[in-house]
Structure formats: C-alpha cells, structure tokens
Design a binder for this molecule. Structure first.
Ligand SMILES: N[C@@H](CCC(=O)N[C@@H](CS)C(=O)NCC(=O)O)C(=O)O
Length: 210
C-alpha cells in the first residue's frame, strides 16, 4: 500500500518543511540535502525548494502553505482552518514576507551585502511585538485553540528566537515566549523532528508518520 502514499521531499531543519509535515498527511518522506537536490525533486518542481509534495496522481504542490491547506482540506480534526481566513492569511503573509526577510538578514547577515543585522533584528521584533499583543490576550494567535496561523508561523519564530536569544529581551515578549515554548514542547512538534537519513534514488522513502 505504501506506493499509494504521496511523496514529500523535505529537509528537517527547514521551517517551511516543518509546517508542511505537521499538517497531518501520511507520506513517503524523502529527506533532502539542499546542496544535492535529487533530480526527481527538481523534475517535479523546478523551483528547487522544499517542501515538495507529489501526489499519487502526479499533481505537485510546491508551496508549504498550500501543502498545509491540502492536508487540512482532507482532515482537520482540530479545526485549524476554522478561524477568520483573511486574518490568518494576513498574519502568515507578514511572516513569509517581511519577517522572513528580516530573519534571514539577521541570522545570515554575511550572505548579504551591506547588511546590518541589528537593523533587521529591530524590524523582525516589530512583527513579534504584534504577535505578542495577540498572545497576551489569547493562548494562541487566533483564539484559545491552535490554528493554521500558529502552526504555519511558530517554526519561523523559533528560528529567530534561537538565533537572537542573546540579543533580544524575551521579557518584552512574555505572551510570545509562553506560546513558543508551548509549541516547541508539544508532542506535535516532536513528531516532526525525527532524524531521517538522506534519501537515495531508488528507495521509496520513509513512511511518515512511522
Ligand atoms: N515559498 C516556499 C519557500 C520554501 C523554501 O524557501 N525552502 C528553503 C529551505 S528552508 C529551500 O528549499 N531553499 C532552497 C535552497 O536552499 O537551495 C514554500 O513556502 O514552500
């Protein structure tokens, strides 16, 4: 039966891949090394980014948020798609756009010319402050239960906070701090942090979840 599962090309440390994996699909997971992208992945999606989902009928989904929406359209037991769609879309767009822009330029400043990481930390923290205001009022970004927005965003916030922990004053972000710690400690997050060997052509991949 395993050949009926979709194939997911993934990279363990990638926040986009995390959000796709966490959305609940059963897949054949193919762990990729980004500097050695498999030809099959690039044939499926010439963009050359992970995650890439290849469905048994040949359809390809190569945007992480679309993988999440596809998975949740099939099964959404906690109602992650239930909160206001436009509000969630806007929060995620701010994460994937400006916040990711500043995250990369803070964390990987030497890869960019004329970049002052501090300026980008300050800008990134403006987005985190907006999240914190929500999280002081509610347990999660869209209310008392977790939603698409929380799951799509927290892997990026985790990456920023891990990089910035000596530079940022977490006490200014107590709602965000509680929320992030909760997601990072959740069984759901643990379930996508398994280590898989690099996929080799000719192998099916690892059945996920195991
Ligand atoms: N918009 C894409 C972005 C995915 C993305 O940029 N993934 C990174 C890894 S975190 C990647 O594959 N980069 C290509 C590379 O580093 O060669 C999505 O949401 O799926």
């Amino acid at each position: 039966m395993s050949e009926q599962l979709p194939i997911l090309y993934s990279f363990r440390r990638c926040p986009y891949a995390m959000r796709a994996l966490i959305a609940g699909l059963s897949v054949q997971l193919r762990e990729v090394v980004l500097r050695e992208k498999p030809a099959q992945m690039v044939e499926a999606s010439a963009k050359g980014t992970v995650p890439v989902l290849v469905l048994p009928d040949g359809r390809v989904i190569d945007e992480s948020i679309d993988v999440m929406r596809f998975a949740l359209a099939m099964s959404d037991p906690e109602g992650w798609l239930s909160p206001d769609k436009d509000e969630m879309r806007a929060l995620i767009a701010d994460n994937d756009g400006p916040f990711k822009h500043h995250l990369d330029r803070y964390k990987y400043a030497s890869r960019y010319e004329d970049t002052d990481p501090e300026e980008h930390r300050v800008e990134a923290e403006k987005y985190l402050s907006a999240l914190d205001i929500r999280l002081m009022a509610n347990k999660h970004l869209m209310g008392e239960t977790r939603s698409l927005a929380d799951i799509a965003i927290f892997p990026f916030v985790r990456q920023f906070v891990n990089a910035a922990k000596d530079d940022m004053q977490m006490s200014r972000f107590s709602g965000l701090d509680r929320w992030l710690k909760g997601h990072v400690a959740s069984p759901l997050f643990a379930s996508v942090m398994g280590k898989y060997p690099q996929w080799q052509s000719g192998e099916p991949g690892t059945s996920f979840p195991e």
